[in-house]
Design a protein around this ligand. Structure first.
Ligand code: GDP
Length: 499
């Protein structure tokens, strides 16, 4: 992980090439998103998903595949926003970090300064009496790559990372795709046990029997032990990255389990799984849910000063039953990576003088992550305080974000499309809509389809025309007024009178 351009891809490539150059196997013939590197002291498996988003997306699905994170920091550029994000993502997952200080071949390189700056972020170098291993490297000049690999093995020893090869295999799906020639293909990281051709398995909602195993060099193998990434053939259905993979007794058992899971999945997707909310905190605490002992908060603010002030105040707050942890604090708008982190950590997101990026807003809604916006520091602090005391009541209000008028109707197979002009603000696909006729609301629902000429669009703005499909409503008429709105939860503290 690390900031863009600090050399993640180059470092992976350098390590991979070094291995091929040594002629250990027939070269990398295909890309399976993970590969094994052999050195004298042992083997290291790299998951080729540079970027903390992929890492956290997996974690949001409940998977823990990473034992150690390598944080790549350029010795010339120093700590950047995504460096801090990466640290927070790894910390939230409780995965230890090794720092690779890259680009030490460059004249302006200052590896000591990187150690200094990271110490201020809680990563104290070993040579300075801390616990974090730092390794100076150059991906370009291939400097110290072996030392980096050795540090990884050393760390693995310290952490006592061990697995039993003599048991039915289990692991995690890292990639899944449909191959036109071979059908459903998945890459699985075996985490314990030994996976063999002929094994029956369940992977998420899919199941099957292993027809073939292919290793990271493209060679067919008969079995794969712990920490081995392999491609598997013989899956019925398509699992998703992050799904658990488990070997079971026989094919019938695999089919039965997958069948049951699909049933439960259907029921759950209707119930829509939700994450922690401020209003729900007290209930979660009294129900004894273990995860509720910490209130995790993801904080975004407009400037460093407010961020620090808020972080200090929040972290000082706690009751006998609940601690407050700010798992990530950043400057700027709430982005998708933030929402993923919040979902994976069951955190509430609090924004101070910042906005939500539109894709992040969709993701938050889909994942059921609570997003609260504040303009006054006092309000934010008071809400958290009230939540800890269970004195917070929800108040959902509709906030109008756009207006339009129906100009024409188009009949299509599945219903009626309202050809409309946007008069004000904007309309968003999936957003809420109210149809108003003669001053009265005749329908309230959601926008299912949104088209600008022939294109499906996510959003359309003032001054443009579009076709709107309204969920479960075909009785729309020319001249109807449309209101587009979002639901915002405003806080009402019980200690104060309702606003
Ligand atoms: P990523 O965005 O973190 O994956 O970074 P890349 O691997 O794409 O590298 C970004 C740029 O830094 C590229 O132009 C690389 O050639 C360069 N780069 C990467 N590692 C080194 C290094 O060790 N030394 C020097 N001088 N340049 C490097």
């Amino acid at each position: 992980m690390g900031h863009v351009d600090h050399g993640k891809t180059s470092l992976l490539d350098a390590i991979r090439e070094a291995r091929v150059a040594e002629g250990e196997s027939g070269g990398i013939t295909q890309h399976i998103g993970a590969y094994k590197v052999k050195i004298e002291k042992g083997e290291v498996v790299f998951l080729d998903t540079p970027g903390h988003e992929a890492f956290t997306a997996m974690r949001a699905r409940g998977a823990k595949v990473t034992d150690i994170v390598i944080l790549v920091v350029s010795a010339t550029d120093g700590i950047m926003p995504q460096t801090i994000e990466a640290i927070d993502h790894a910390k939230a997952a409780a995965v230890p970090i090794i720092v690779a200080v890259n680009k030490i071949d460059l004249p302006g390189a200052n590896p000591q300064k990187i150690r200094q700056d990271l110490a201020n972020l809680g990563l104290q170098a070993e040579e300075w009496g801390g616990k974090t291993i730092f390794q100076d490297v150059s991906a370009k000049k291939r400097l110290n790559l072996d030392k980096l690999l050795e540090s990884l093995l050393l760390q693995a020893e310290i952490l006592e990372l061990k697995a039993n090869p003599d048991r039915p295999a289990y692991g995690t799906v890292i990639e899944a795709k449909m191959d036109p020639k071979r059908g459903a293909v998945s890459t699985v990281l075996v985490q314990a046990g030994t996976l063999k051709v002929g094994d029956a398995f369940v992977a998420g909602l899919a199941h099957g029997k292993i027809k073939a195993l292919i290793d990271d060099t493209g060679a067919r193998v008969e079995k794969a032990g712990p920490s081995t990434p392999v491609e598997i053939l013989g899956i019925m259905g398509t699992p998703q990255a992050g799904d658990a993979f488990t070997v079971v007794d026989n094919e019938k058992a695999a089919r039965d389990i997958a069948e049951k899971r699909r049933l439960i999945h259907r029921e759950q997707s209707m119930a829509h799984q939700k994450h922690m909310t401020l209003v729900g905190l007290k209930g979660a605490l009294s129900s004894g849910a273990a995860k509720a002992r910490d209130l995790n908060i993801l904080l975004k603010a407009d400037v460093q000063g407010s961020l620090q002030a808020l972080r200090d105040s929040l972290e000082g707050m706690a009751t006998s039953e609940c601690r407050v942890r700010v798992i990530h604090g950043g400057i700027g708008n709430l982005n998708e990576s933030d929402v993923l982190l919040a979902a994976a950590s069951d955190a509430v997101t609090l924004l101070f003088h910042t906005e939500v990026e539109s894709r992040a807003s969709e993701l938050a809604e889909r994942e059921g992550v609570e997003v609260r916006k504040y303009e006054v520091i006092y309000d934010l602090i008071e809400d958290v305080k009230a939540a800890l005391e269970g004195l917070l009541a929800p108040e959902i209000v509709d906030v109008i974000v756009g207006k339009g008028e129906v100009k024409a109707l188009f009949k299509i197979k599945t219903g009626v499309i309202a050809g409309s002009a946007i008069r004000d603000g904007k309309a968003t696909r999936g957003g809420h809509i109210r149809v108003v006729r003669d001053g009265k609301a005749v329908h309230t629902g959601k926008i299912t389809t949104l088209r600008h000429f022939k294109d499906d669009v996510k959003e359309i703005e003032k001054g443009q025309e579009c076709g709107i499909g309204i969920e479960g409503f075909d009785a729309v008429q020319v001249g109807d007024l449309l209101e587009f709105f979002v639901k915002e939860s405003r806080t009402r503290r019980l200690s104060q009178s309702p606003r």
